[in-house]
Design a binder for this molecule. Structure first.
Ligand code: SF4
Ligand code: MSK
Length: 639
């Protein structure tokens, strides 16, 4: 019964408890929604004015236009744009938050934070064209923060975080199409305007607006990565563990959930303080056990090796162990249902951001000036709950996997430099040229309740690994692969083809690992998809080609969030063919569907591949890689 819900044995264990106790989970609520509205699923429902809602009959038996005359193509394109705008607002809101923190750090107004990676600060400043000689760290931080904040509103010049991070070929293409955003908030607001009743009725023009919005999202993602690295350190390889077996019965277990490391870094700092630890011990605990959920978890795993508890669709499950004392959330991807499940157990759900409150949660607002004090206050709430539950039984699944994570761009280049210090990318490029590595696929995105959890990731990775495709992963996709043991040297031994295994072994040995690198490199959270772009741009520039010629592809096999739609759109705009394992809500328009899945290739080089069968999807991505290899006059292989 449960295998159709999740491939994760610990999730299935918890589902049995939920069933016994009559606790409703995301899967129950999904079932209650069935059948879902076909108009919504195909993108044909418009609610953009109060003459509506209007819906178009996809079979031609009912209305073929909305009340204002909007066609199916217009409505579908507008709806897609609004997803992109929301995704861009989320990623860039996260980035803007970090920019404000950096600004306050530079002004000495955020004592709990600091610049932890001065080298990254200087690298970003130089990339932006700033002279840094003779300036203090605070002064450079102030300039970078100002440049970051200036990205948001309308400006004369294109976005610095787009211009300074992509290939010349991409920039020329975006200028030619008129899709270079001139401000992140400006692009988001432009989408909201153009999609209101009576503005942009041209579906193709709308799609161009969507591409512009997605590039604003890209800028937000890249900013998010850069500023997090500057403030909290650039990740380097770390060893850790993932899945619910990381909970410890006799510890105060605290899960950190959401996206932005601004809160979780402070909880981590507070949890290490002697006075806080003493408080936990006085309550009878052996210590404090911090674990991560979703991308906040990824940020902590990447930088500190904090164990990953679970991801996305299974976020309610750890509460059912009875051992989770608190879930502290910042924003994005946090189910409001957490408080309902938590009420059955006494687990504290603590919200920390003014824009992200949940009924039933305790709200402790954290800002840059009070962060550590508030972090201690929140941990005290978790300790209080531990005291109340410490003699009660817990049901922690004995399921966890080893993980190697922390593969920032800098870490990957550093690892390659052990093979060739003068030209670190050369070993990777040589491996692609000689075919030991056929190409690179990025796995990104979430779990979606419509897909048995993790099933698409697992099937695709197995297929691609044995065909010598190197993989990168972010977000809950990386989490899925972490929980199933795919981010380990052992997975390379088990699943990688001979060429990939040889390359990963050579890199692993040169770095003193004594074993290969994992077949999938965890490059971070959702915003860290920007790290994959940095690698692609470095490869393209070294080879003297554009991204659209590289043997690279991306996949969001179980995506669900508007942010994933924004990322997918910028990925195809950057020339990266991108697989979607869940049918996007655009099929109500044959025009929009064909532009996204076919026409985009001619215009952008990238396009969407929609395929719900994971093996067929892997085959399609392998075909993309082979086509691109052929274009570069490299030897090709059959599936
Ligand atoms: Fe209907 Fe047009 Fe209003 Fe949309 S904008 S709800 S199609 S009248
Ligand atoms: S957290 S956007 S469920 S990947 Fe980045 Fe996971 Fe998707 Fe949220």
């Amino acid at each position: 019964m449960t295998a159709e819900k999740s491939c994760d044995p610990s999730v299935n264990e918890m589902l049995q408890i939920a069933k016994k106790k009559g606790i409703s989970t995301v899967w129950d609520r999904y079932r209650a929604q069935l059948p879902q509205c076909g108009f919504g699923e195909s993108g044909l429902c418009c609610r953009n004015c109060v003459m509506g809602p209007c819906r178009i009959d996809p079979f031609g038996d009912g209305p073929d236009k909305g009340i204002c005359g909007a066609t199916a193509d217009t409505i579908v394109a507008r709806n897609l744009n609004r997803y992109i705008a929301a995704g861009a607002a989320s990623h860039s809101g996260h980035a803007k938050h970090l920019a404000h923190v950096l600004k306050k750090v530079s002004a000495g107004k955020a004592a709990d934070y600091s610049v932890r990676d001065e080298a990254k600060l200087v690298a970003v400043a130089r990339r932006l064209g700033f002279e840094t000689g003779g300036l203090t760290v605070s002064e450079v931080a102030g300039r970078v923060a100002d440049a970051a904040l200036a990205e948001f509103s309308e400006r004369e010049e294109p976005l610095a975080w787009v211009e300074s991070t992509l290939t010349g070929g991409r920039l020329a293409k975006f200028k030619e199409l008129g899709v270079m955003p001139s401000g992140i908030d400006a692009a988001i607001s432009e989408i909201l305007q153009r999609t209101t009743m009576g503005v942009d009725a041209d579906p193709v023009n709308n799609l161009l607006g969507g591409i512009k919005g997605s590039l604003a999202d890209y800028a937000g993602c890249h900013l998010g990565t850069d500023l997090s690295d500057i403030l909290f350190g650039t990740p380097m390889p770390v060893f850790s563990e993932a899945n619910m077996g990381v909970l410890k019965e006799k510890f105060v277990n605290i899960a950190l959930h959401g996206h932005n490391p601004v809160v979780s870094e402070m909880i981590l700092a507070a949890a290490k303080e002697d006075a806080v630890l003493d408080q936990a011990k006085e309550a009878g605990a052996e210590g404090i056990n911090l674990v991560g959920i979703c991308c906040t978890g990824n940020e902590l795993l990447m930088r500190h090796g904090v164990q990953a508890l679970t991801h996305s669709v299974s976020q309610e499950m750890p509460i059912l162990t009875g051992a989770l004392d608190a879930i502290i959330v910042d924003y994005q991807c946090v189910y409001p249902s957490l408080t309902t499940v938590a009420q059955c157990y006494g687990t504290k759900v603590v919200t920390t951001m003014g824009i992200a409150k949940i009924p039933g949660a305790v709200h402790v607002e954290i800002d840059e000036e009070n962060a550590l004090v508030k972090a201690r206050e929140i941990i005290a709430l978790a300790i209080e709950r531990f005291k109340a539950r410490k003699d009660a039984p817990t049901f922690i699944p004995d399921v966890k996997s080893s993980v190697v994570a922390g593969f920032s761009t800098e870490a990957i280049v550093g690892a390659l430099a052990k093979l060739n210090a003068q030209n670190p990318l050369k070993p990777l490029i040589d491996s692609i040229i000689d075919g030991n590595i056929q190409g690179v696929v990025l796995f990104a995105g979430c779990n979606n309740v419509k897909v048995p959890q993790d099933s698409n990731y697992l099937a695709m990775v197995k297929e691609l690994a044995k065909r010598d495709v190197l993989m990168l992963a972010t977000g809950c996709g990386a989490g899925a692969l972490a929980r199933h043991g795919f981010l380990t040297p052992e997975a390379t031994e088990e699943y990688a083809g001979p060429g990939l295994k040889a390359v990963l072994t050579a890199i692993g040995m040169a770095n003193g690992l004594g074993k290969p690198l994992p077949p999938v490199l965890h490059i971070g959270s959702c915003v860290d998809n920007s790290r994959a772009v940095d690698i692609a741009v470095a490869l393209a520039n070294t080879l003297g080609v554009d991204i659209k010629e590289l043997p690279v592809a991306a996949s969001a096999p179980e995506y669900m969030h508007e942010k994933a739609i924004a990322i997918g759109t910028w990925a195809i705009s950057l020339g990266i063919p991108t697989h979607l394992g869940v049918v996007p809500p655009v099929v109500g328009s044959s025009l929009v569907t064909s532009v996204l899945t076919q026409g985009a290739e001619d215009i952008l080089g990238g396009y969407f591949i929609v395929e719900t069968d994971p093996v067929k999807a892997a085959e399609a991505l392998f075909a993309v890689i082979q086509k691109r290899r052929g274009g570069l006059n490299l030897a090709t292989r059959a599936w």
